[in-house]
Design a protein around this ligand. Structure first.
Ligand SMILES: N[C@@H](CCC(=O)N[C@@H](CS)C(=O)NCC(=O)O)C(=O)O
Length: 232
């Protein structure tokens, strides 16, 4: 599917878990693409031109047409390359459930986890409690929505919801190490924990995820900067 008539370029950064979502989607679909590593401290002219509203990665450029926002990009990929494994279910109700839980993970769980990175002391303890509240909702919600098992365990291929789970919880060991907290507890969240474990063991995911130590370094830097600006 490569070639000038079907050129796919992904602007991202190796450490961006949002970019990882799109990389994973392209890999699951078997689409060839060119990766442009962006320097977010000195954004390229192409990134600013292709995502003038948010000026963020990831941006996918398909035959010169830019698409921004990771979840929008993944749906575009799925609708454009219809012949390869589908990332969203074809049944409208199943698709609505996937979109609902992907939105919950993207907006609520991720936001709560980001607050832990930016806080210290009591504020951090409050933020950790908020993460656990969201994890509890996810565990109960997924058990209710997928009584026979999680979406990935139930089907042959990785889909949109699995990709979002990977991007948010796939690097939980990195976050737990840097923040010295425990997010994924198999006793409290057995379904979510086994889902994440199954996903991170997949060769495709192992290959795509950045090395643990490298991500620890980036998270430490990110946390130090966030704490500095909160104190200023
Ligand atoms: N909602 C966006 C978030 C993308 C995002 O936050 N990207 C970060 C990197 S992880 C970025 O480009 N930050 C640059 C900036 O904020 O200037 C998505 O889902 O794609």
């Amino acid at each position: 599917m490569a070639g000038e008539e079907n050129r796919v370029v992904l602007h991202g950064t190796w450490a961006s878990l949002y970019s990882k979502r799109v990389e994973l989607a392209l890999k699951v679909k078997g689409i060839e693409y060119e990766f442009v590593e962006e320097d977010l401290t000195n954004k390229s002219e192409a990134l600013m031109r292709n995502n003038p509203v948010h000026k963020k990665v990831p941006v996918l450029v398909h035959n010169g047409k830019p698409i921004a926002e990771s979840l929008v990009i993944i749906e575009y990929i799925d609708e454009t390359w219809k012949e390869s494994p589908r990332l969203l279910p074809q049944d409208p109700y199943e698709r609505a459930k996937v979109r609902f839980w992907a939105g919950f993970l993207h907006q609520q769980l991720f936001e709560a986890m980001a607050s832990v990175i930016k806080a210290d002391g009591e504020a951090q303890e409050r933020a950790v409690r908020e993460v656990h509240e969201k994890l509890r909702m996810l565990e109960e919600g997924i058990n209710g929505s997928y009584p026979g098992g999680t979406p990935f365990i139930n089907s042959d291929n990785v889909g949109l919801l699995d990709i979002v789970v990977c991007s948010i919880l796939g690097a939980h060991k990195v976050q737990e190490e840097v923040l010295r907290v425990k997010f994924l507890d198999p006793e409290k969240y057995p379904t979510v924990t086994s889902w994440v474990k199954a996903l991170i063991e997949l060769p495709l995911v192992k290959e795509a995820m950045p090395p643990h130590e490298k991500l620890v370094g980036v998270f430490q830097l990110f946390r130090a900067r966030a704490l500095e600006s909160a104190a200023a």
